[in-house]
Design a protein around this ligand. Sequence first.
Ligand code: HEM
Length: 242
Amino acid sequence: MAASPLTDYEIYIRTAELLALQKRPEALACHDELQFQIVHQTAELWMKLIDHEMRYLCRALDEDRLTQACRTLGRVHRVQQLLLDGLELLYTMSPLDYMRIREVLGRGSGQESPGFRRLLALGGEVWPHFEAVLARRGLTLEAVYRRASEHPEVHAVAEGLLDFDLRLQEWRNRHLLLVYRTIGVGTPSLKGKHSELLERGLRTQFFPRLWAVRDELFDQWSRTHPGGATRYLSERTGEEGP
Ligand code: HEM
């Protein structure tokens, strides 16, 4: 019997090629390997989309289309949520199943992920485009945060960039918990002690100025509010602070 012709959907989505990218059931090292493969493959696709969107963000910033820049960042945040959800799926895998996968993974490591390497490069690439927006308006970051209502669009972009950074850190945190859940805290990995390596990553900031400006604002606030929150609280409750 002749094979039925491909539908337009199958041709456009390229389902035949896409669904051939996973191991066949009889070749799987264990039941959970299909999930493991699909979570990693979709993660690479979502990171490809983030890269595409962040390049568009740079163009929008260059052209002072700040409403569009915020919309793009909103989309990127949703894609980042999908990356977080993918890790959550792997919370359902047992250590023994991962060991079976590890046997066929060779020397493969997430550190070699091309998508993640792109994400790591993005921080340094995007920031100059945002700094140019500030420069064209004669603004400092501190002024944007002090008078957010006078610069609502620039402020919204800054907060959107911070949320991008935050969600990447959330991903790294959740990934570390997944690693602990799966292979324990002390097990050495292919690249040495994974907890040290991954915890170092947790301290990376993609847009350090956006974190520093918070310190600056609170530093000034602390100087004009000696006693800080302690005094504020004691004034409200009528009690002495510690
Ligand atoms: C049970 C699931 C997983 C385990 C046990 C695991 C384990 C590890 C370990 C031990 C490392 C440290 C480097 C090394 O020794 O290879 C690592 C790094 C990494 N893994 Fe995973 N991983 C898992 C799932 C994932 C998934 C779903 C992704 C999605 C792309 C991923 C992406 C990465 C990335 C990007 C790094 C480098 C992290 C960084 O530089 O902060 N991993 N993984």
